[in-house]
Design a protein around this ligand. Structure first.
Ligand SMILES: [Fe+2]
Length: 287
């Protein structure tokens, strides 16, 4: 009797320890997701060009591991696709310091997420990011140049920044975003164009334009990932969301959805480790 009680206690303790370890691992151990896109339309000088995407950090402190993992990829550029800070944890000093360390590795391009806007501190954050040399692409464009060849970069600000006037004037928020994106693509004037945007759920809009690759986040991988149905829930898409992780293709536009690195209101990830995206560009015919 005594032995079986001891055995039960041992079993319970082992299970508890196992759950605790699994929970810690699922929320703190960064997984690097590698993708490559091979397209003859990519300028030849960009063959093997490496892009790292940091999304939805929500001011999570990985104690140097995020910096080391980004550095290990030896990226040409780093893209931040919003929610660098959390609306309830707006530690700007931490966020700016983290980005400053990324700039030592490669040039950093940034667009806002809903949490920056909801925090009420976006203006301060934006100024600080400017001051350390981050290229803010909120409703703006730029280009990457290599030996005379170019790839366009366009960025969308988070739709939470849209004003009621703008929406009423154009009809719907989607229409405003569609028009903004079309104008940015036209102004950038590049043949091959990469988009930075926080919102994965706007894939239909991206696919209706000539965007070649879109980098997005916001879905947090659906928070809990289950076999067969994948993500369970994500903001803006609800239960069983369509776009949560990986590479999607529609009408010639490829979209990479990062599962993000941190958490927001719901503090637990299950079967959904923090995600660091690495994309390598390949040009057909070049080995
Ligand atoms: Fe978000």
């Amino acid at each position: 009797m005594k032995i079986s009680k001891k055995l039960s206690l041992l079993l319970i303790l082992t299970l508890l320890f196992g759950f605790a370890f699994y929970g810690y691992y699922q929320n703190n151990s960064i997984e690097v997701s590698y993708y490559s896109i091979n397209d003859e339309r990519i300028p030849e000088t960009f063959h093997d060009y490496t892009i790292v995407q940091v999304s939805d950090l929500h001011t999570k402190d990985f104690k140097g591991d995020l910096h080391d993992k980004i550095s290990d990829q030896d990226p040409d550029i780093i893209l931040i696709t919003g929610d660098l800070i959390d609306r309830n944890r707006t530690d700007l000093d931490f966020a700016v310091q983290a980005v400053e360390e990324m700039i030592d590795i490669a040039p950093v391009y940034y667009v806002s997420g809903n949490h920056e806007i909801a925090s009420g501190e976006y203006e301060d954050l934006s100024q600080e990011l400017d001051s350390i040399g981050v290229r803010n692409l909120d409703n703006d464009f730029d280009s990457l140049e290599k030996e005379g060849e170019t790839i366009g970069l366009v960025g969308l600000e988070d739709p939470l920044l849209l004003t009621q006037d703008e929406i009423e004037e154009t009809g719907t928020a989607e229409k405003v975003i569609e028009e903004t994106l079309a104008t940015l693509i036209e102004e950038s004037g590049t043949d091959y164009t990469i988009l930075l945007s926080h919102r994965a759920e706007l894939m239909d809009i991206y696919a209706s334009t000539s965007i070649d690759i879109a980098f997005t986040g916001h879905a947090h991988g659906g928070q809990i990932r289950l076999p067969f149905i994948e993500g369970l829930y994500s903001p803006s898409q609800g239960f069983f969301p369509k776009y949560t992780s990986g590479l999607y293709e529609e009408n010639g536009t490829q979209m990479i959805v990062s599962r993000g690195l941190g958490n927001s209101i719901f503090p637990v990830r299950i079967n959904n480790r923090p995600d660091l995206v690495v994309l390598t560009l390949k040009t057909n015919g070049i080995e």
